[in-house]
Design a protein around this ligand. Structure first.
Ligand SMILES: NC(=O)c1ccc[n+]([C@@H]2O[C@H](COP(=O)([O-])OP(=O)(O)OC[C@H]3O[C@@H](n4cnc5c(N)ncnc54)[C@H](OP(=O)(O)O)[C@@H]3O)[C@@H](O)[C@H]2O)c1
Length: 399
C-alpha cells in the first residue's frame, strides 16, 4: 500500500481504518513507574502502528492509595479505577490484564486473570519465587490465553537488529557473551528500605531487578543455559524504614551479583548486575563475540549498535557504529525518518503492539516476545545463581 509523504514525515499507510478494528479492553494493575510506562504504550500504539490490530480501551487502573490512584486514572484517561485487583479481574469489559505490581503481587492476580479467561502481560521478574513462576506458566497454558513477560529490551531496535544479525550468521558461531547491568541509586546509606530491598516483596535484589533483563537477553540472543556459578553480596545490611526513619530494618536481598555461565550450545559468558556502581545510571552493556565477528550494545546509547566483521577488507577493519534509526531497521518505519532517534519508552509501545497483534490475530508471542515460559526459564536461572552463591559451587539448570 502506498505511503503518503507529508514534508519530511511518512504518515504511514494511507488507508481508512478498516471497519473490523475492534477495541480491546485493558486493565492495568499499578499506576506508578511501570503502570505509567505501559499506559503510555497503549495510548501511543494505535497512533504509530496504524491501522492497529485493535484499539486499546483503557477500562480500569488499580492501586491501593485511592487519592493518588484517582488522579492517575484521570490523568492517564482510564474509565474507572479499583482499589482491589480482584474487582478489576472480574470486570467483563476487560480482555487484557497488565500486571505492573511489585513482584510478590505477580502470581495471584495473574493466575486470577487467566482463570477468568483474560490475556495477560506481567512485569519482570515473572514472580517473587520459582514456585510462583511455575504456577503462573502452568495456569496460563491451561487457560489457553496469550501470556507475555514484559522483557521490554527484546523490543529495542538495536537489540532486535543484533538478534537478526546473529540469526543470519553475521558473527558466526557464538563463543562468548558478556553482560553487565549497572546502576548507583542505593549507594547512599540513608536511602530507605523500599520494597525493592525486601525479599518478601521483591524476591531478590539486583538479581531479579536488573539481572532478570540480562538473563533474558542472554537466552534471547545466545540460547538456553546449561550451568551457572554465581555469587551475591549485600553491602549495606540495614536501612531506615520508609515510614519511620528512626527504626531500621534488615536488607535481605543482594546488592550485586556476578555469575559465570555455560550455554547449552557451549558458548560461555558472564553476567553482572549491581545498584552500587558510582556514576552508572542505567548502564546495560552487552558484548557478544563469535567466530566471524562481534556485536556490542549500550542501553545508554540505545539507538546505536556496534558491529565488527572479520570479513571486512584488512585495511578497513574495525568496529562500525550503526545508527539504528532507518526505516530498514526493526520498528523504525513506525517512527521518525532518517536519524531522528527514539527512546526507552518506545520499547513498551513495540512490546504492546506485538502482544495485541498476537491476541487479535492468534499469533504466537514467542520467539520475539517473551512468554511466561521465558519468564519461568529466567526465574530458574535467578534461583540457580542464589543456590550457587549459597553453596559455593556450579549449578546445573533444568533441561
Ligand atoms: N521493564 C522494566 O524496565 C521495569 C522497570 C521497573 C520496574 N519493573 C517491574 O515492574 C513492576 C512494578 O515496578 P514499579 O517500578 O512500577 O513499582 P512502583 O513504582 O513501586 O509501583 C507499584 C504500583 O503498585 C501499586 N500497588 C502496590 N501494592 C499494591 C496492592 N496490594 N494492590 C494494588 N496495587 C498495589 C502501587 O500503588 P499503591 O501504593 O497506591 O498501592 C503502585 O502504583 C515490578 O515487577 C518491577 O520489577 C520493570
Amino acid at each position: 500500500m502506498a505511503k503518503k509523504e507529508v514534508g519530511f514525515v511518512t504518515m504511514g499507510k494511507v488507508a481508512k481504518e478498516p471497519k473490523e478494528v475492534k477495541d480491546i479492553g485493558v486493565g492495568v494493575l499499578g499506576y506508578a513507574f511501570m503502570g505509567k510506562a505501559h499506559t503510555n504504550g497503549y495510548k501511543k500504539m494505535p497512533v504509530f502502528f496504524y491501522p492497529p490490530p485493535a484499539r486499546p480501551r483503557l477500562v480500569a487502573l488499580c492501586g491501593r492509595t485511592e487519592e493518588a490512584l484517582a488522579e492517575a486514572a484521570k490523568r492517564f484517561g482510564f474509565e474507572t479505577y479499583y482499589t482491589d485487583w480482584k474487582t478489576l479481574v472480574k470486570d467483563k469489559r476487560i480482555q487484557l490484564i497488565d500486571n505492573c505490581l511489585p513482584n510478590n503481587l505477580h502470581a495471584e492476580p495473574c493466575i486470577g486473570a487467566v482463570e477468568a479467561g483474560k490475556h495477560v502481560i506481567c512485569e519482570k521478574p515473572l514472580a517473587g519465587t520459582l514456585k510462583e513462576a511455575r504456577a503462573m506458566y502452568e495456569a496460563a497454558e491451561k487457560a489457553g490465553v496469550k501470556h507475555m513477560t514484559a522483557f521490554n529490551y527484546r523490543f529495542v531496535p538495536a537489540l532486535r537488529l543484533a538478534k537478526n544479525l546473529i540469526d543470519e550468521g553475521f558473527i558466526g558461531k557464538i563463543l562468548q557473551f558478556r553482560a553487565v547491568y549497572l546502576q548507583e541509586w542505593i549507594m547512599d546509606p540513608s536511602f530507605p528500605l523500599v520494597w525493592r530491598l525486601r525479599k518478601s516483596v521483591a524476591g531478590s535484589g539486583a538479581l531479579g531487578d536488573l539481572g532478570a533483563h540480562i538473563v533474558d537477553l542472554a537466552r534471547f540472543l545466545v540460547g538456553d543455559f546449561a550451568s551457572i556459578c554465581g555469587m551475591t553480596e549485600t553491602f549495606i545490611k540495614e536501612r531506615s524504614l520508609p515510614d519511620d526513619p528512626k527504626k531500621k530494618g534488615k536488607v535481605d536481598v543482594d546488592d550485586v551479583f556476578i555469575a559465570m555461565v555455560r550455554f547449552k550450545n557451549n558458548a560461555i559468558g558472564s553476567l553482572e548486575a549491581s545498584r552500587f556502581c558510582a556514576g552508572r545510571k542505567n548502564y546495560q552493556r552487552i558484548e557478544i563475540h563469535g567466530t566471524e565477528g562481534s556485536i556490542s550494545f549500550n542501553l545508554e546509547r540505545l539507538n546505536e549498535l556496534e558491529v565488527y566483521s572479520k570479513k571486512d577488507k584488512d585495511d578497513r577493519m574495525g568496529f562500525r557504529n550503526i545508527l539504528v534509526t532507518e526505516s530498514v531497521h526493526p520498528f523504525i518505519e513506525h517512527w521518525w525518518p532518517h536519524g531522528h532517534i527514539i527512546g526507552w519508552e518506545h520499547t513498551f509501545v513495540h512490546e504492546i503492539h506485538h502482544l495485541v497483534d498476537c491476541i487479535v490475530n492468534d499469533k504466537p508471542v514467542a520467539p520475539y516476545g517473551a512468554t511466561f515460559y521465558d519468564g519461568l526459564k529466567c526465574q530458574e536461572i535467578l534461583s540457580a545463581i542464589e543456590e550457587s552463591s549459597e553453596k559455593g559451587k556450579w549449578v546445573t539448570l533444568p533441561s
